[in-house]
Design a binder for this molecule. Structure first.
Ligand SMILES: [Zn+2]
Ligand SMILES: [Zn+2]
Length: 187
C-alpha cells in the first residue's frame, strides 16, 4: 500500500453528473484523512480510498508528499483555491509532519504559511510579487511586465500603473483636448 500520498480525484456527483475536485491524504502510517469530500463520489474511508487508487482512473492524481517535485506539480496544476485549502489542512494537522508548501505563480518561491499567500484570479502570489505586479490605480494584479512608469501629473498622481490604465488616461486626455479644440473652433 502506498503511504504519504495526497490523492486528488473526481468527487461531487450531486444529482447526476456534476463533479468537483476532492482530496484525501494517506499518512506515513497508512491512516486515511479526508481533506475534502463531497457528493456521492466523495470518499470518506480507507476502503473506498484503496479501491479508487487500485482502479487507476484517468482523473485520479496521486502526489507523493515526500517529493518536493510532486508538491510543486500539485501547486501548478491545481486550482489556486484548492491548493491553499490543502495547505491550510496540513497547517491544521501538524501531526502529519508534512512540510507542505505552495509555489508563487510569479517568482516560484515557496510559501509554507497560508497567511503569506495572496490569491488573485487563479494565481498564488507572494506578497512581494503582488506588490510589484499590482496597479495601484485600478487595484488589480496584472504582473510586473504590465506595470509601467508614468508621469504623475498626467496620471492622477500615480507614478507606476498598468498599461491599461495608462492607455485609458491617455484616451481621456485626448477626448478632453479634442473637446477643447472643438469649442475654440466653434467660437
Ligand atoms: Zn513571488
Ligand atoms: Zn490599472
Amino acid at each position: 500500500m502506498r503511504t504519504n500520498i495526497l490523492v486528488q480525484y473526481h468527487g461531487g456527483g450531486y444529482d447526476g453528473c456534476f463533479w468537483e475536485w476532492n482530496y484525501f491524504y494517506i499518512d506515513k502510517q497508512g491512516t486515511f484523512h479526508d481533506i475534502q469530500s463531497s457528493g456521492r463520489a466523495g470518499i470518506d474511508n480507507m476502503q473506498d480510498a484503496q479501491e479508487l487508487i487500485n482502479k487507476d482512473e484517468r482523473h485520479t492524481y496521486i502526489y507523493d508528499m515526500s517529493s518536493e517535485q510532486d508538491i510543486e506539480t500539485f501547486c501548478k496544476e491545481s486550482n489556486a483555491v484548492h491548493v491553499t485549502g490543502v495547505l491550510q489542512w496540513f497547517e491544521d494537522n501538524p501531526d502529519t509532519g508534512i512540510e507542505f508548501f505552495v509555489v508563487c505563480s510569479a517568482c516560484g518561491c515557496k510559501m509554507t504559511d497560508c497567511s503569506e499567500i495572496i490569491l488573485s484570479d487563479d494565481k498564488l502570489l507572494c506578497s512581494e510579487c503582488y506588490a510589484i505586479g499590482s496597479c495601484s490605480c485600478c487595484e488589480s494584479y496584472v504582473g510586473d511586465i504590465e506595470i509601467v512608469k508614468v508621469e504623475p501629473d498626467e496620471h492622477y498622481g500615480y507614478d507606476y500603473i498598468c498599461s491599461d490604465c495608462k492607455e485609458y488616461h491617455a484616451e481621456e486626455r485626448d477626448e478632453q483636448n479634442s473637446d477643447g479644440n472643438y469649442d475654440i473652433a466653434s467660437i
